[in-house]
Design a protein around this ligand. Structure first.
Ligand SMILES: [Zn+2]
Length: 166
């Protein structure tokens, strides 16, 4: 399966392995709308692989050998409500704030607002988004409005009754 086919030409940089320090030196900004299907690990956690994620990542050098990555992910995904077992759309939104270092020694001992990640030679911008998306999912997905759970129950009851009539 060639996942690159899923992205239009202008968006393929998300999937390319690139030197994070080079991206920072060039102040690269990635921005676009990505189908959920390009995030295989994230898609596994969903009830349906559908919908889009709006994403933005900006790379910058922080002057002391680290790469600062800031951005956001935002979209809506399909989850299974743990109260009624009905599917529903869940909005997901998260800010990205990361410091990428090539060596653990460059991680400051002081806790900061930015998460730190030790990286190898190359990174895929999409992977940074995918981690953030996975963390943005609710621990226990439930319909935001309990009335929707009752609606699911009514539908299930109606379907069961239809079956009995046949
Ligand atoms: Zn529900």
């Amino acid at each position: 399966m060639d996942r690159q086919v899923a992205l239009p030409r202008g968006q393929r940089g998300w999937l390319a392995w690139q030197d994070a320090f080079d991206l920072a030196a060039r102040k690269r900004v990635f921005e676009g709308r990505l189908p959920v299907s390009v995030f295989p690990r994230f898609a596994e956690l969903l009830a349906a692989v559908e919908g889009d994620i709006d994403a933005r990542l900006a790379f910058a050098a922080d002057g002391v050998g680290r790469v600062r990555v800031e951005g956001r992910v935002e979209g809506a995904v399909v989850l299974v409500c743990q109260r009624c077992l009905g599917r529903y759309r869940q909005a997901v939104e998260s800010r990205v704030g990361l410091l990428l270092v090539s060596d653990e020694a460059l991680i400051p001992h002081l806790p900061g607002a930015f998460e730190h990640e030790v990286i190898g030679d190359r990174i895929r911008p999409l992977d940074l988004l995918e981690d953030e998306l996975m963390m943005s999912l609710p621990l226990v997905p439930v319909h935001p409005d309990p009335a929707d759970c009752e609606e699911t129950a009514r539908r299930l009851l109606a379907a069961a009754q239809d079956e009995l009539m046949e």
